[in-house]
Design a protein around this ligand. Structure first.
Ligand code: ASP
Length: 429
């Protein structure tokens, strides 16, 4: 080992020091090259990708369960907190449902997967008959939560986790040991996600080699379209929809909102983690937007856990793209199912890099779309994650401002001050 290191110290260091997203990009590019050169033979590299996909699937159930409980229990049980929590949850979820609809709509209009004519190898995963909507609602409540966990029924797990989280909040003092345990397990799951994501460059390499070997270089054009559709949808969601809510519901100048977003948006874009961006978001909410300490420190951490508009928008685009690519027609109840699954799943999506990709596998399986679709978008996940995390954080900020305003906890003199003047004032102070 030490001999190897001394023989090629730079090589080893270079790869291990490279940031994960760059490694993933390298894996993707190498995968495409190897796949194109090898052609259909590249299927022999598929198991590396399958290993990665299986590892991320392994995370879904515990990640959703623990992080959701922790999200709910982080609301404290005072009246005001209850009211603010309710407003936040309603705003978070309704804007998420709109985000996914924008994603589905844009992908329907621009058709990034149109004409790809892919064939799913595992026909059992294709377009199973979706259950009637009423049945889906009835099935939300698990008769046996352990069974739901074992079967990986995410909607049922979400409902049970919400119930358990609320009950833990209600019993107060007695819940402390359990809450501490769930918090530590949630932390461990975030860590495990990070560890699994370390496999991403290799997994993506295997998947891209197999996919481009099987489908040829033509696959790249629709991927560029997917990126363009996700970025366009994200831009409109923040600049038109969020700004509109700030202007019409908050009666505030949306330009000030957009300007105050600069710092946290830049951190979100580069780290692709809304949890990692949280300190920057809280700082900007208080110092640039004038949101009170109480509202910012309650609403924003909750948002970093449960509010994922960008992720939902991306899932809408990807689900539609995959359906188009595999020539599967989605019915109205499929759309409703996608909106519901993504919205509920967004609660349980951790604000860590790549979590949305894991949740996409859940949306695909729920609607019965081929899981191979995941392989195609996994290669460009980092690029998409940058956009969706930024939207996630901008959404958290928007909700904290609206709630601050409605609770009289927004200092409008700070909100309306030119952001450059605020920076100068801070410097003088
Ligand atoms: N990276 C995103 C976030 O932290 C989650 C996702 O992967 O969609 O907000």
């Amino acid at each position: 080992m030490s001999t190897n290191e001394s023989q090629s110290p730079t090589k080893g260091n270079f790869w291990s020091k490279l940031e994960l997203w760059k490694k993933v990009l390298v894996g993707m590019i190498l995968g495409v090259i190897v796949g194109v050169v090898m052609g259909p033979e590249a299927v022999m590299l598929k198991p590396i990708g399958t290993l990665f996909i299986n590892a991320i699937k392994m995370l879904i159930v515990p990640l959703v369960f623990f992080s959701l409980i922790v999200g709910v229990t982080s609301m404290e049980d005072t009246r005001k907190m209850g009211r603010i929590g309710l407003k936040a949850v309603v705003l978070y979820l309704s804007t998420t449902a709109i985000a996914i609809s924008i994603g589905l709509g844009f992908a329907a209009i621009f058709g990034p997967g149109e004409g790809l004519n892919m064939i799913a190898s595992d026909t059992t995963t294709v377009a199973k008959e979706a259950p009637p909507l009423i049945q889906t609602f009835l099935n939300l409540i698990p008769k046996n939560p352990v069974g739901a966990l074992a079967a990986g029924n995410i909607l049922q797990i979400i409902v049970f986790a919400l119930g358990l989280g609320i009950s833990l909040t209600l019993i107060g003092e007695k819940a402390k040991p359990a809450v501490a345990m769930f918090e530590s397990l949630a932390e461990a799951m975030y860590k495990l996600t990070e560890l699994v994501m370390k496999m991403a460059p290799y997994g993506v390499f295997g998947l891209m080699a197999w996919v481009s070997g099987k489908f040829g270089i033509d696959i790249l054009l629709p991927l560029i379209k997917v990126i363009a559709v996700v970025y366009l949808g994200s831009l409109i969601h923040v600049c038109v929809f969020y700004s509109g809510l700030i202007a019409f519901i908050g009666r505030l100048n949306p330009i000030q909102y957009l300007k105050g977003l600069a710092n946290p948006a830049a951190v979100a874009f580069t780290t692709t983690s809304s949890s990692g961006t949280l300190p920057a978001t809280i700082k900007a909410a208080r110092e640039e937007m004038g949101v009170s300490k109480g509202v910012a420190s309650f609403v924003l951490p909750l948002g970093a856990t449960i509010n994922m508009d960008g992720t939902a928008l991306y899932q809408g685009v990807c689900a539609m793209f995959i359906a188009q690519a595999f020539g599967i027609d989605l019915s109205m109840s499929d759309f409703a199912l996608i909106v519901m699954t993504s919205t509920l799943a967004s609660i349980g999506t951790a604000g860590v890099p790549g979590a949305g990709l894991i949740m996409l596998s859940l949306v695909l399986t729920t609607v019965g779309l081929p899981i191979e679709g995941l392989a195609i978008v996994a290669g460009i996940d980092r690029i998409l994650d940058m956009a969706r995390t930024t939207v996630n954080v901008c959404g958290d900020m928007m909700v904290s401002i609206l709630i601050g305003k409605s609770e009289n906890e927004l200092d409008e003199s700070i909100y309306n001050t030119e952001k450059s003047d605020l920076a100068a004032e801070r410097e003088i102070a």
